[in-house]
Design a protein. Structure first.
Lengths: 253, 187, 432
């Protein structure tokens, strides 16, 4: 038993310690409505988060794995989705004359990228490529906590001993502390439809919630089904144990 | 482990009681297990059903404004071609008049449209699946001025009904509606 | 036991032409299994079930996956977002791989502790090692398929290793790649082989079980069954016990699939593969970490490399050591020639077994760390110890260890022992 526990502890240490140490400040643990066994997405935060994405992030960051119709899963009506989609133009074609043309986006289209290709993106951003955000929360150690920390981690004046490279901004939580993206959120940068005060922390929380949904749209289903599955398995395993005991009752072992 | 006294009691009572208790447990466990297996099997079966992105393009919306009376266009719906024709009054009258005529697949023209001036039919020949010609200007339209299938010579009229040739049934009319004045939604 | 005749006429008709029912009767109802098997013996059947699970989920995933560098990543995301229950099947497959290795590692450690690899089960053991190798190849290729950053760079690092082979190394690597780097031809062929290998594994598992059934399972005491008093039919006793064990396993498995599906993975694999950007730390999946550590511990200045530095490059030494760490398992039945099977009666061996287990964990930890001090010298020490365990400690123990007296039989664990040693009473048998 002791050996088992020791081994288990080592496995845990191995798994969690798999990242590099070095220039990394661990993000503080935040409380999220969607965390835990019974977590669900805060619908208000998702709405506000979409607004933050469209107004503060979409100019540079694509969300190409999410379709406009997916918004209907988080409470947007079909009409709202059509309207949001139609604001962007999509390249389509060729038509009967053999030419490519643009048309307004439909709900079945994926979110339209701000740039046609990575090279155009770099050209508009001093050579840096703003990454797609569809999976960002799953693609970074620390997930939502990291994202929130990053967005609130900008500091106007870096520490004295840090020499900033040209065009870089200082961020406490970005590995290496120098990030090419200037602080994307500013106080009251967005006027929330539900009149919530748009502090940087609020916007960071909302857009992080939205991006968590973008990366894990199945989260609520997953947890709901998971609870049922595990409860079922506990009952079934209990019954199987009873059967085992009954069958083995008369064997001396 | 059951004490020897316990076992003795069950034995003296006759095997029946202990065994039936055991059988009930086995049966119940088996049943619960079977339910579990069914629950696990369902996702494996359902994953072959059309995925969300496929379902999302299962309807097509068409802007009817640019289609002149007498004009026909072809749109794609669920991967298939659909003929849309803006019929004139004369054309509608003609088709209605021929309702009782010598039709291989009798059907009233009125039953084949939601709005009589808009004919919407799936452009796949009901014989063996080729796409009939007649949508574009200059294409062969067949003896009934509708559509003509070049593969085996089926002739369709201005209601999309089969009039001559090997095709057994009229061109299918997909579910469609007009959510707005000049908008057609197919599917 | 008499072969019962079947009542059902359909069953009789089939069985007369193809004796499947007689076979099942023999393998399940009649097959004698030691009655003292502990829960450590559940892991073989668990491994078989996980294999079936992986094949089922894999075939379904393959219905939606596109093995082309331009589409692979997106096709996996389509599975996650659009395919009905796609997220569930993908997470089951992903965590099933980890489950497969956990179960198999425990199964192997069980074999090592109880001496299950000893005569007459040497071939059974060796077939098992072959299964392990096939599993590792399958898992490696499977991880490449989502075409994330770790997929690409893991494939690049591991395929590059083969260039260490003298003379023909570079040609082999080009041949593996189908090009001049890991690219579309590589991805496509990995998909084909990844689909194939599990069925090869099924075949080897069948032979593995055939070999097992020749002499039956060993048991925690490591002594042979002497007669029917030591055995019980596999069905219903062990079918029921295996089902219970399966239930327990599934609870843990479901915990991962539903509540921590990415815990054992690496976030970098949610970034699309970019041949022009190397991730800061390339790490394989956890089940490869010990072998990765062994591979990396052979650096130009490593103490363990210096004796053979005249013979080969450090890179080649690392590659050979990595494969050697599994190859050494093949010859374990001959390295350990002690007549006593179970560690229960080998007190010194027991200690060294647990030290070995700890060594494996340390190697795993090292594999996850960057190649810096102090992890480099810890890796080297742990690697040296790994081989020392097999090549030095085990044979020495086999020759010199004073084993405890082994009981006379399973059924009657007799005080005083009926074997070579008499005198002081042995400890009363603990529940297996």
């Amino acid at each position: 038993m002791k050996k088992l526990l020791l081994s288990a502890a080592l496995v845990f240490a191995t798994a969690t310690g798999a990242q590099a140490a070095g220039d990394v400040v661990a993000p503080p643990a935040e409380q999220w409505a969607h965390q835990g066994l019974f977590g669900t997405y805060d619908r208000g935060a998702l709405r506000r988060g979409l607004q933050v994405y469209r107004e503060a992030c979409a100019a540079c960051h694509s969300l190409r794995l999410v379709a406009y119709r997916n918004l209907m899963e988080i409470g947007f009506t079909e009409a709202e989705v059509k309207e949001i989609a139609a604001e962007k133009e999509v390249r389509d074609g060729p038509n009967d004359e053999g030419e490519m043309f643009t048309r307004p986006a439909r709900p079945s289209d994926k979110f339209v990228s701000p740039f046609p290709n990575p090279q155009a993106a770099r050209a508009s951003n001093n050579g840096a490529l703003p990454p797609d955000l569809s999976l960002m929360v799953k693609a970074r150690v620390g997930g939502a906590d990291y994202l929130y920390a990053l967005l609130t981690g900008y500091r106007e004046t870096p520490p004295k001993d840090v020499k900033m490279a040209e065009g870089m901004a200082y961020n406490v939580y970005f590995p290496g502390h120098q990030i090419a993206m200037p602080a994307p959120l500013s106080e009251d940068g967005v006027e929330y439809a539900d009149k919530t005060k748009a502090t940087v922390a609020q916007m960071a929380r909302d857009v992080t919630t939205f991006l968590t949904w973008a990366a894990e749209p199945e989260l609520e289903d997953r947890k709901r089904i998971g609870i049922k599955a595990i409860l079922f398995l506990i009952v079934l395993t209990g019954m199987l144990y009873a059967v085992k005991r009954k069958v083995w009752k008369d064997i001396k072992h | 482990m059951a004490s020897s006294a316990d076992t003795a009691a069950t034995d003296s009572q006759g095997q029946g009681d202990g065994e039936s208790r055991r059988d009930f447990l086995m049966l119940a466990t088996g049943a619960v297990g079977a339910v579990g297996l069914g629950a696990v099997a369902w996702p494996f079966i359902d994953q072959m059903n059309p995925a969300a992105d496929t379902l999302a393009v299962s309807t097509t919306e068409v802007n009817l404004e640019p289609i002149e009376p007498g004009q026909r266009i072809l749109v794609k719906w669920q991967g298939k071609p659909v003929f849309i024709m803006h019929r004139t009054k004369e054309q509608i009258e003609k088709m209605k008049a021929e309702d009782g005529g010598n039709l291989p697949d009798p059907q009233k023209d009125g039953d084949r449209t939601v709005k009589p001036e808009w004919l919407v039919v799936v452009g796949v020949c009901t014989h063996l699946g080729c796409i009939p010609t007649g949508t574009k200007q200059g294409e062969v339209r067949g003896e009934f001025d509708g559509w003509f299938c070049p593969c085996h010579g089926s002739h369709y009229d201005l209601s999309g009904r089969i009039r001559k040739g090997p095709a057994p049934t009229n061109l299918p009319v997909p579910q469609h509606a007009f959510p707005e004045e000049n908008t057609l939604k197919i599917g | 036991m008499a072969t019962p005749t079947f009542q059902n006429p359909i069953v009789k008709w089939i069985d007369h032409r193809l004796p499947v029912f007689t076979f099942m009767q023999h393998e399940l109802h009649e097959y004698p299994t030691p009655k003292n098997l502990s829960y450590w013996w559940n892991f073989g059947s668990l491994a078989g079930i996980v294999l079936v699970l992986m094949i089922a989920t894999g075939i379904v995933l393959a219905m939606h996956y596109t093995p082309h560098v331009n589409y692979a990543f997106d096709s996996v995301e389509r599975i996650m977002r659009d395919v009905n229950y796609g997220w569930l099947i993908r997470y089951m497959h992903m965590n099933g791989a980890s489950a497969f290795f956990i179960v198999v590692f425990i199964h192997i450690f069980r074999g090592m502790y109880y001496g299950s690899y000893k005569s007459p089960r040497e071939l059974l053991w060796m077939l098992g090692v072959v299964i392990l190798l096939c599993m590792m190849a399958t898992a490696f290729m499977g991880y490449v398929l989502p075409w994330g950053q770790m997929s690409f760079w893991g494939a690049t690092v591991i395929t590059n290793l083969f260039s260490a082979i003298p003379i023909i190394g570079d040609s082999i690597v080009t041949w593996l790649w189908g090009g001049f780097s890991v690219d579309n031809p590589t991805l496509n062929r990995f998909f084909s082989l990844h689909y194939l290998m599990p069925f090869v594994i099924v075949g080897i598992v069948v032979v593995h079980i055939l070999a097992l059934h020749q002499h039956g399972s060993s048991n925690p005491l490591g002594i042979d069954t002497k007669g029917p008093q030591d055995s019980i039919p596999f069905h219903p006793y062990y079918t029921v016990k295996d089902l219970f064990g399966l239930g327990v396993f599934l609870i843990f498995y479901a915990g991962f699939v539903f509540f921590a599906p990415n815990f054992l993975g690496h976030p970098d694999n949610y970034i699309q593969a970019n041949p022009l950007a190397t991730p800061p730390h390339i790490v394989p999946e956890w089940y490869f970490l010990p072998f990765y550590a062994i591979l990396r511990s052979f650096t130009a200045d490593a103490l363990i490399y210096l004796p053979i530095s005249w013979l080969m490059s450090a890179k080649l030494a690392g590659v050979l050591a990595m494969f050697g760490s599994i190859a050494v398992l093949f010859v374990l039945p001959w390295l350990d020639f002690s007549k006593v099977r179970s560690a229960k009666f080998r007190p010194l061996y027991m200690w060294f077994f647990w030290l070995f287990v700890i060594d494996c964990f340390i190697l795993g930890l090292c594999g996850a760390k960057p190649a810096e001090e102090p992890w480099t010298w810890i890796s080297q020490a742990a690697t040296a110890y790994y081989f020392a365990h097999f090549l030095v400690i085990i044979p020495l123990l086999a020759k010199f260890e004073k084993t405890r007296p082994v009981p006379a039989s399973i059924n009657e664990p007799v005080l005083g022992g009926g074997d070579s040693t008499t005198g002081a009473a042995t400890k009363p048998m603990e529940k297996a």
